[in-house]
Ligand binder design. Structure first.
Ligand code: P5A
Length: 444
């Protein structure tokens, strides 16, 4: 992409109404535009990152054997009356009526809708286990929408639902989700710690929230600092292996880590004092096992091995896809702007032409652009007739991990400059070597 042709409405001024750094940076970098309170348009740069996050979520869900579907955002109130949640959800639910007076709602989540699909099409235990998921917009009329997309009213969520014959099978599905989530967040450059939490409006006893530690987080968390030393890494997991998934769950949840909803002061006291931490965190996901709560109320039964109708055991599992943009920026920025982890960056590499209009510099940039594109990367070429300072400031603000700077002086010596956004370190390389390095980093 050439910046002269792109739509990147960066703001010079820091927006005064944005209270936290991720919200400020998203507005300044031209990623989002508020449409109304808690509702945002996703401008091209923001939309690109949103799609990258969705892609990682999809890849990891499919790796775990979960099947993508897509359900509508507008749902019928009748389904929610069956589960009893039409009233329970209260003012957070956006209620709508159509021209025929039918009561509808903009889905805050989809347990009922997927249970309805399940009961229409699945009748035998032989069709289990089954986990279906979607990435779809949700609406919750939050009392205090704030921090931009972090607590929006309209937001993008991955929601998955498992259907199993027994509690043991459903707990395996729970563990499988926990493992796949650990992988997912790490690929985005995040450490998200599973913490025992409260199940709230979803119901059930077993639930973990995934929290990214950040001072601006909305949740108060209590944990043993030893949990922050755990990493999932690139271990090979067989998602069908019950013992393996259980072992990962135990490894990541046996240390004390709880949100304030379930905090137990006496248990916390047992953690050695120097490892006892009280901090704040951003909730980027939550997994639930709620047994037969929905299947019993909504008649989602299968014929069991004994021929008898058996209500299925269920759980649901969510990732805050749009909230993750905010969480990633909170975790990775400096005073100049965003620092995208390579896994989610909107463009792989920036190209800055220090002397637009200079034949040699223009030709070198065009050649870099062509080579990077040919290798399967997406560069962003700042081909505007701007001062170098302005170009650097824009690149730093939008946070691409790598920048190649091209100027007549370097070209005289046959080199361009490759700079890491994270460390600020630069290196002079021939254009070919610079391309090779960047391509190698992304391992394409
Ligand atoms: C699990 C999937 C559920 O809704 N039903 C289907 C279950 N869980 S949840 O914890 O309520 O939401 C899942 C994740 O969605 C994100 N989230 C939000 N993101 C932005 N703005 C909001 N207002 C908002 N509400 C929830 C969170 O990351 C949460 O973990």
């Amino acid at each position: 992409m050439r910046l002269s042709r792109y739509f990147l409405p960066v703001l010079k001024e820091t927006p005064s109404d944005a209270q936290i750094v991720s919200h400020r940076l998203m507005l300044r970098a031209g990623m989002i535009k508020q449409a109304s309170s808690g509702i945002y348009s996703w401008l091209p740069l923001g939309y690109k990152v949103l799609n990258n996050i969705k892609r990682i979520v999809d890849e990891e869900q499919e790796r775990a054997g979960h099947i993508p579907i897509l359900m509508p955002t507008i749902q019928s109130a009748d389904l929610w009356r069956e589960s009893g949640r039409y009233d329970d959800f209260g003012d957070e639910m956006l209620r709508i009526s159509d021209r025929h007076g039918h009561e509808m709602l903009y889905g805050p989540t989809n347990e009922e809708q997927l249970t309805d699909i399940f009961r229409s099409h699945v009748s035998s235990y032989k069709q289990l286990p089954l986990t279906l998921y979607q990435v779809q917009w949700k609406f919750r009329d939050e009392r205090r929408p704030r921090f931009g997309i972090m607590r929006g009213r309209e937001f993008y969520m991955k929601d998955g639902y498992n259907f199993d014959l027994t509690k043991e099978d459903a707990l395996h599905a729970y563990n499988r989700h926990l493992v796949s989530y650990l992988r997912t967040y790490e690929r985005m450059g995040l450490q998200a710690i599973p913490m025992r939490a409260d199940s709230g409006a979803m119901g059930g006893d077993d639930t973990h929230e995934f929290l990214v530690l950040a001072d601006t987080g909305e949740s108060e968390v209590f944990y043993d600092s030893a949990v922050t030393e755990l990493t999932f890494g690139d271990r090979d997991i067989d998602y069908g292996d019950v013992a393996q998934c259980q072992a990962v769950l135990e490894e990541f949840t046996s240390k004390y880590a709880r949100t304030d909803e379930t905090h137990d002061a006496a248990l916390f006291e047992e953690v050695p004092e120097e490892r006892r931490k009280v901090a704040r965190g951003i909730e980027v996901g939550q997994i639930f096992y709620f047994g037969t709560k929905y299947s019993e109320k909504m008649g989602a039964t299968v014929q069991g091995p004994d021929g008898k109708p058996t209500p299925v055991h269920m759980g649901s599992h969510g990732i805050g896809v749009s909230r993750l943009l905010g969480a990633i920026i909170e975790a990775s920025h400096d005073d100049k702007g965003i620092i995208w982890p390579e896994g989610v960056t909107p463009f792989h590499c920036g190209i800055v032409n220090l002397k637009q209009g200079d034949d040699e510099a223009d030709a070198a940039c065009e050649s870099l652009y062509a080579q990077l594109t040919h290798a399967g990367l997406e560069p962003l070429y700042d081909d505007r007739k701007e001062r170098a300072g302005g170009k650097f400031a824009t690149m730093d603000l939008i946070g691409l991990p790598w920048r190649i700077t091209v100027g007549p002086r370097g070209l005289k010596n046959g080199v361009v400059e490759l700079t890491s956004r994270k460390t600020g370190e630069s290196e002079d390389l021939t254009p070919e070597a610079a391309v090779e390095r960047v391509v190698g980093i992304y391992n394409l």
